[in-house]
Write a protein that binds this ligand. Structure first.
Ligand code: ATP
Ligand code: OAA
Ligand code: CA
Ligand code: MN
Length: 658
């Protein structure tokens, strides 16, 4: 039967000529060197340069390759020891067995369990427990690509969007939980910090902190793997803070990779001991039988131990804002003012600060195509000028549209984390108008994703200090020029009024007063920060402005939010200096100086009274808001504001009067 095919037909002989003679060869590649698919995969991944390079081990240093291998091992060992110490239980064995690398990976990295079992602290034989028998794999400063893979493989709700961003779910909490934030009150913090009415610092004792810390550390050490980020805060090289973030989710690791300053491989080599450590065990609740606990969420800061513990919330903003609280404690000790503000700089080096509560426009307005972005949310003002605390931005993305905010839109690409957004199941295109998961949808991206980012993120002393308020009562003018005393009055007041949800018909605007436009994050009494701001503004000749990014033509429900395009024109006129030279008139009640014209803005909206058809309603709302300001300010009446007593009196007089 040879030579015959299945149907009895003669087989076509393809071997009449030699294959390589005349066959059409469009495959010019040489065959793969691998014999199996696993071998093929092993070829796919090239060993990267060590993330902790050899100290002084440049080419020609005369060291043999054997020396450098030893050094590399030593460094790995030191690093693992440091991480093991960070994760040490305080009541059981001194440190968990840690090993670098993904437990799921079949590749054997240089750090085998043998090396790390030498590096972990000896476990007292009597104290042995199951937890001391296992290894905790450490995923150390992974790259965004590696974190994407971890998230997509292991974390529900992680997807790649059509623009390449990583969509994640933050779980039950889609915003911060300020009522669950606790600070350890010990002898020194009892004296130093602001406690009591209005203060964000809810006390807990050292013992309770340790109970929660142990709970968080035990949870992390019970996992097969944890993520460790070693990064920096503050672009001012003289006041840089080293932070370590230990977390259980790739989402958290990538978020902090984007939000903190990313060390270079050389800087990482010298990282040493962190100044502050976060234990994020957000998936695991706190124990409600624990003293002080009022819910299953607890965010605990211990300044003496330089540690923060997170239990019961996976909202990543807790880490960002927890570190901001830390800076509000550390920086004033060094005569540096920490600020909840955005910051940008013009071509001529003119710097502007944008203060405002959440959602008032710091990120939106500091991200300006015609100016250099220094940062969108957290800054320091020192003797040398301004510096950004962070290495990334955290933009609200509800109703984001490309035309209005092109730079933010374009920053949502590979590497960016988008939280709680809704997307098409097939195209993975995000629908930014969809509020099904949360109103507080967010994008966290490295600052260099904004084309005009100023790297390093530092600048000279500010020329303009812009206070943003989103006034849902519609009575504050779109822009007013402030005296120094008025700037201080409004800075200490920290007003905004937003409307919570938009679904169930009209809701009442809620006035919020948050001292220093960030009461949730300050550690000292507000007047301390206010006195520093006044001193700096005076010394450097900065002008204060109040910009209402909220309602016009009526309050929420009848009027509408001021067009972003108009607010941008107002901000342009502040930056250019043209608004300083405008003609001004003074408003009733708040005594604000309002310009009669701003280029590109309809003049009739500059005085809010003109935009209300019901003048009585306008007046009622104006007086109502003035009353709320007065009532709020009462708690500050008995406080000294700096040493300039004349200014202190002026500040008290700079509020609404009627
Ligand atoms: N006139 C306006 N000025 C500024 N923002 C506006 C205006 N109208 C609408 N918006 C919208 O308001 C939101 C402002 O949010 P933004 O992210 O800038 O807040 P933020 O001050 O940075 O708050 P957070 O501290 O929470 O990050 C954006 O979604 C923006 O599109
Ligand atoms: O912390 C957050 O979730 C976002 C933020 O910047 C703020 O609230 O000021
Ligand atoms: Ca922001
Ligand atoms: Mn903020």
């Amino acid at each position: 039967m040879s030579g015959t095919g299945r149907g009895g037909l003669a087989k076509i002989d393809t071997r009449t000529k030699r294959d390589d003679e005349e066959m059409c060869q469009d495959d010019i590649a040489t065959p793969v060197k691998a014999q199996t698919i696993d071998e093929l995969h092993s070829l796919q991944i090239k060993k990267s340069a060590p993330s902790t390079p050899i100290q002084g081990g440049t080419a020609g240093s005369g060291r043999s390759s054997f020396d450098s291998v030893v050094d590399q091992d030593q460094r790995n060992k030191q690093q693992l020891q440091s991480i093991s110490a960070s994760l040490a239980s305080l009541t059981r064995e001194t440190g968990p067995k840690v090993v670098k690398g993904d437990p799921a990976s079949t590749r054997k990295a240089a750090d085998t369990p043998k090396l790390s079992s030498q590096s972990h602290h000896a476990t007292p034989a009597l104290n042995i427990s199951d937890s001391s028998l296992k290894f905790t794999h450490i995923l150390y400063n992974l790259s965004p690509a590696e974190l994407y893979e971890q998230a997509i493989k292991y974390e529900k709700g992680s997807f790649i969007t059509s623009s390449g961003a990583l969509a994640t779910l933050s779980g039950a909490k889609t915003g911060r939980s300020p009522r669950d934030k606790r600070v350890v009150k010990d002898d020194s913090t009892a004296k130093e910090l602001w406690w009591g009415k209005g203060s964000p610092n809810i006390e807990m004792d050292e013992q309770t902190f340790l109970v929660n810390r142990e709970r968080a550390v035990d949870y992390l050490c019970s996992l097969d793997k944890v993520f460790v980020n070693d990064q920096y805060l503050n672009w001012d090289p003289n006041h840089r803070i080293k932070v370590r973030i230990v977390s259980a989710r790739a989402y958290h690791s990538l978020f902090m990779h984007n939000m903190c300053i990313r060390p270079t491989p050389e800087e990482l080599e010298d990282f040493g001991t962190p100044d502050f450590t976060i234990y994020n065990s957000g998936q695991f609740p706190c124990n409600r039988y624990t003293h002080y606990m009022t819910s299953s969420t607890s965010i605990d800061i211990n300044l003496a131990r330089r540690e923060m513990v997170i239990l019961g919330t996976q909202y990543a903003g807790e880490m960002k804002k927890g570190l901001f609280s830390l800076m509000h404690y550390l920086m004033p000790k060094r005569q540096i003012l920490s600020l909840h503000s955005g910051c940008n700089m013009g071509k001529d080096g003119d710097v502007a600060l944008f203060f405002g509560l959440s959602g008032t426009g710091k990120t939106t307005l500091s991200t300006d195509h015609n100016r250099y972005l220094i940062g969108d949310d957290e800054h320091c003002w020192s003797e040398n000028g301004v510096s950004n605390i962070e290495g990334g931005c955290y933009a609200k993305c509800i109703d984001l549209v490309r035309e209005k905010e092109p730079d933010i839109w374009n920053a949502i690409k590979f590497g960016t984390v988008v939280e709680n957004v809704v997307f098409d199941e097939h195209t993975r295109e995000v629908d930014y108008s969809d509020r099904s998961v949360s109103e507080n949808t967010r994008a966290a991206y490295p600052i260099e994703y904004i084309p005009n980012a100023k790297i390093p993120c530092v600048g000279p002393h500010p020329k303009n200090v812009i206070l943003l308020a989103c006034d849902a009562f519609g009575v504050l003018p779109p822009v007013s020029k402030l005296s120094l005393a008025q700037t201080m009055y409004h800075f200490i007041s920290g007003y905004t009024a937003l409307v919570a949800g938009t679904e169930d018909g009209i809701k009442e605007p809620q006035a919020t007063f948050s001292a220093c436009f960030g009461a949730a994050f300050i550690m000292l009494h507000p007047t301390k920060y206010a006195a520093m701001l006044a001193e700096k503004m005076k010394k450097h000749g900065a002008t204060g402005w109040l910009v209402n990014t909220g309602w016009s033509g009526g309050r929420y429900g009848s009027g509408s939010r001021i067009k972003l395009a108009y607010t941008r024109k107002i901000i342009d006129a502040i930056h250019s200096g043209s608004l300083l030279n405008a003609n001004y008139s003074t408003t009733e009640v708040f005594g604000l100086e309002i310009p009669t014209a701003v280029e590109g803005v309809p003049s009739e909206i500059l005085d809010p009274m003109n935009t209300w058809s019901d003048k009585k309603a306008y007046n009622d709302n104006l007086l109502n808001l003035g009353g709320l300001f007065k009532k709020n300010f009462e708690v500050f009446l008995n406080h000294k504001i700096g040493t300039d007593h004349k200014l202190a009196e002026e500040i008290l007089a700079a509020g609404p009067s009627f």
